[in-house]
Design a protein around this ligand. Structure first.
Ligand code: ADP
Length: 236
């Protein structure tokens, strides 16, 4: 469960808040799409959830952890609950597909045996069987994003944040990634997807939360993409 109660984030004293008294409730296993123009506050919201930024005021509770009382040493535990994927994949170029995914487990202190056991399962899940020994440069954009998703879910987080995961992909690969996110969601992971892709938003028929100017301006159960203030929908 994700709960934000009147959360404000201002980056500088006296500056206009990036988020202004936002309240949001996301149930376990939900699939939520977050939309809004560039500068609306989406990344700030995601950074608050991953504890990269602290709120100026308001309450954040994720999976029973109240961020206000969170100690520094508990942050790794919290991050375990939240997997993140980005538009630009952020893979390690000198490592193979297998090694990129294994890396997430190595830093978590898993044994080689556990790693050898776990990684093939997640490679299978994301449809990359046969590509274990490939390097990122040998993969298509869609395949690279699959590796990034595999790495994000290999420790079985409760929540997967996908921040513009299709931003660098063509329509066919974009849909493959969205279908993979749906599959991961069906297995029980809460998914939060930010996107500027109107077609994806309109066809998915999921909950759509719209952020404009640091405020949630709409929250629809089976939402659609609305054009914002005349700005281009693919502005990033
Ligand atoms: P989005 O992800 O919707 O494009 P952001 O959350 O990145 O929006 O930005 C919201 C507002 O906060 C913008 O006005 C942006 O300039 C500002 N902002 C974001 N990050 C920082 C930062 N590290 N320092 C100062 N201002 C920031």
């Amino acid at each position: 469960m994700i709960l934000l109660d009147r959360v404000t984030k201002a980056y500088g004293k006296g500056s206009k808040p990036a988020l202004n008294r936002i309240s949001l409730h996301v149930e376990p296993k939900e699939f939520v799409i977050m939309v809004g123009t560039s500068g609306a506050g989406k990344s700030t919201l995601l950074k608050l959830l991953t504890c990269e930024e602290k709120p100026t005021s308001g309450k954040i509770v994720v999976g029973g952890i109240d961020y206000h009382t969170l100690k520094g040493r508990q942050i790794p535990l919290l991050r375990r609950k939240i997997g993140v994927v980005f538009q630009d994949f952020k893979l390690l170029p000198q490592r193979t597909v297998f090694e990129n995914i294994a890396f997430a487990l190595e830093i978590a202190g898993m044994t080689n045996r556990e790693i050898r056991n776990t990684v093939p399962k997640v490679i299978e899940l994301v449809g990359l069987k046969g590509k274990e020994k490939s390097y990122p440069r040998e993969l298509s954009g869609g395949e690279r994003q699959r590796v990034a998703i595999a790495r994000a879910v290999v420790r079985q987080p409760k929540i997967l944040i996908a921040d513009e995961p299709t931003g660098n992909l063509d329509p066919k690969h974009s849909w493959e990634i969205v279908r993979l996110l749906e599959k991961i969601n069906r297995y029980g992971t809460t998914v939060i997807l930010t996107t500027h892709n109107a077609e994806i938003v309109n066809k998915l028929k999921k909950r759509v939360v719209t952020i404009e100017n640091g405020k949630i301006t709409s929250d629809q159960a089976q939402g659609s993409y609305r054009q914002f203030g005349g700005l281009k929908e693919n502005a990033s």
